[in-house]
Design a protein around this ligand. Structure first.
Ligand code: URA
Ligand code: SF4
Length: 204
């Protein structure tokens, strides 16, 4: 039997009935972007606009994501964008654990096939799949290892739209992402103020 490719997964997702979200969705939203992307963005689940269009991050949060990508010289076609659950939860409620579990096989396959340099989790739910017992405000902006992949948690763009005070952190984390992509070896541990910091000259 042939190995599944991304198109096979898209088709499976579009006709999937493995959880109850299939009965309330308009369209499933498998994800989109480059099959050889260095960056894979993982959101929580489709919202109203995504459910209508069958494409991820096409509403206001998506517009902010596009701007953040542009700020580091990238566009959607350069990256891969998907979600933890591929069908919209009614009224945008949080996905239930059973729904996350039912859907996780698709995401795992997408990660395996694309094998990105960096998995970027958007917001606390997506981060929580990988590290359930940590808070996003503490974890954001620090790359770490997960299953042989580099994972980089950042705030969800929708959170920054609701709370503009989170926006500078999000912008800063995109700049960090840029330098991670430029260096051959993504830093895995947070670099705390290194002793040889050139601009830490004594003020005395
Ligand atoms: N929020 C998400 O988490 N995913 C989308 O696709 C859109 C908004
Ligand atoms: Fe299938 Fe995932 Fe949609 Fe549930 S959310 S029906 S598991 S594609």
């Amino acid at each position: 039997m042939a190995e599944p490719d991304l198109t096979t997964i898209d088709n499976q997702v579009r006709s999937c009935t493995k959880c109850a979200l299939s009965s309330t969705r308009t369209q499933a939203v498998p994800g989109e972007g480059s099959p050889t992307a260095d960056l894979m963005f993982i959101g929580e689940g489709p919202g109203f606009h995504e459910d209508r269009q069958g494409r991820p991050f096409v509403g206001p949060a998506g517009q902010l994501l596009d701007k953040l990508l542009a700020s580091i010289g990238l566009n959607r076609a350069d990256v891969y964008i998907t979600n933890m659950v591929k069908c919209r939860p009614p009224e945008n409620r949080d996905p239930h654990p059973g729904e996350l579990a039912a859907c996780s096989g698709y995401l795992n396959e997408q990660i395996r096939l694309i094998s990105p340099k960096v998995l970027v989790t958007l917001g606390r739910h997506s981060f929580g799949k990988f590290f359930p017992n940590e808070t996003i405000s503490k974890a954001r902006g620090r790359p770490r290892k997960w299953n042989g992949n580099t994972l980089f948690p950042i705030y969800h763009p929708a959170a920054a739209l609701h709370n503009p005070r989170l926006k500078p952190a999000l912008e800063e984390d995109f700049q960090k992402l840029k330098s991670m992509l430029e260096s051959n070896d993504a830093p895995v541990e947070e670099q705390k103020g290194s002793p040889e910091e050139p601009n830490q000259l004594s003020l005395f």
